[in-house]
Design a protein around this ligand. Structure first.
Ligand SMILES: Nc1ncnc2c1ncn2[C@@H]1O[C@H](COP(=O)(O)OP(=O)(O)O)[C@@H](O)[C@H]1O
Ligand SMILES: [Mg+2]
Length: 316
């Protein structure tokens, strides 16, 4: 649904993005993750025909964003970083205006506007002036204007920035409810947002794509091993070496106290489950097993590994 091929953008001497390539399949929500200044807004502006690239190409819904921008515009909804809402218009008048400039048929306009106001939960405030609305409501109106032409693709640039925690939760829920009917690409510099809202992730850092795929696939790529944490009551000098002898175990780290119930971190290949063998060993040696569990891998860890060695300049 979105095909980006070696996209590059220069602002004078500044290279904002370089050779950015990725694909987004139809349906679902993809997170476009990167620290501030990574090139998220630049990429999204190009995808939404807001400005041309310096090099490379991009297709949205099958159309080229440069040579067929009218066709692209009909099929996308774009929520920019700073929405230029018209403060002196009422919500419904504004949405009607956007529907008109997006080429929604006059006969359909009323129904479309009513429908998006309902979906974005702004029907109650439809007669209020946009300038008088809270930030949370303004963001809903921003989503409504992006949706008013019933686009195939939604491009949302940091849709939760500047909202309070309650509003953030509401907007995330609203965005989640849109997947299925639309293909959504959402930029964020907030790591947990990706795991909460998105199915796939594209990580951009310093203008370059650093990794992409489902969280599971990235886990396999960047974390080929899995880790098991055990708490065992037994003599440290015997337990550690014995755990290391278990077939499939690559590494053992002793983390806990030197005597008593020690904590051990055991690493094995991701596709080899050694938990049963570990438990059997502990039982045979008649040690005490207080805990045995597989450690999860957070997106944060993937992210840190992906950008490892590069300076992480993002403010959270
Ligand atoms: N209009 C502009 N003129 C010059 N440099 C810009 C302009 N817009 C963005 N940049 C630079 O391009 C890089 C990427 O910016 P941007 O796409 O806004 O990143 P993000 O949205 O990920 O924070 C940054 O280094 C930024 O300073
Ligand atoms: Mg930005």
């Amino acid at each position: 649904m979105i095909q980006v091929d070696r996209l590059t953008k220069q602002y004078g001497p500044v290279t904002a993005i370089r050779d950015v390539s990725f694909n987004v399949e139809k349906g679902g929500i993809v997170g476009f993750l990167g620290p501030n200044g990574a090139g998220k807004t630049t990429t999204m502006r190009i995808l939404s025909c807001f400005m041309p690239a310096t090099g490379g190409s991009a297709r949205v819904a099958g159309y080229d964003v440069f040579s067929q921008s009218l066709e692209v515009r009909k099929r996308i909804g774009y929520l920019p970083e700073n929405i230029p809402l018209y403060g002196e218009l009422s919500v419904s008048a504004y949405l009607d205006f956007v529907a008109e400039i997006k080429g929604v048929d006059r006969s359909e306009r009323k129904r479309r506007v009513a429908d998006v106001m309902d979906r974005c939960d702004v029907t109650d405030v439809q007669h209020r002036l946009i300038g008088k609305l809270s930030k949370g409501y303004r963001q809903r109106v921003g989503l409504a204007q992006a949706l008013v032409n019933d686009p195939d693709v939604l491009i949302l640039d940091e849709p939760t920035i500047g909202l309070d925690p309650v509003q953030v939760a509401e907007i995330r829920a609203l965005i989640k409810s849109l997947s299925g009917q639309h293909t959504v690409i959402l930029s964020t510099h907030i790591l947990p947002e990706v795991s909460m809202v998105c199915e796939g992730v594209i990580i951009i850092n310093r203008g370059r794509i650093a990794a992409q795929g489902s969280l599971d696939r990235l886990a396999e790529e960047f974390f080929p091993t899995s880790r098991i944490q055990l708490q065992i009551v037994g003599p440290v000098e015997v337990v550690g070496p014995a755990l290391r002898q278990v077939p499939g175990v690559l590494r053992v780290e002793h983390e806990g106290p030197a005597d008593g119930a020690g904590i051990y971190l055991v690493e094995s290949m991701r596709d080899r489950d050694v938990r049963d063998s570990l438990a059997q060993l502990v039982a045979e040696r008649r040690w005490g097993l207080l805990e045995l569990h597989q450690l999860g891998m957070s997106l944060e860890e993937v992210f840190l590994r992906v950008v490892a060695g590069e300076e992480f300049g993002g403010g959270a």
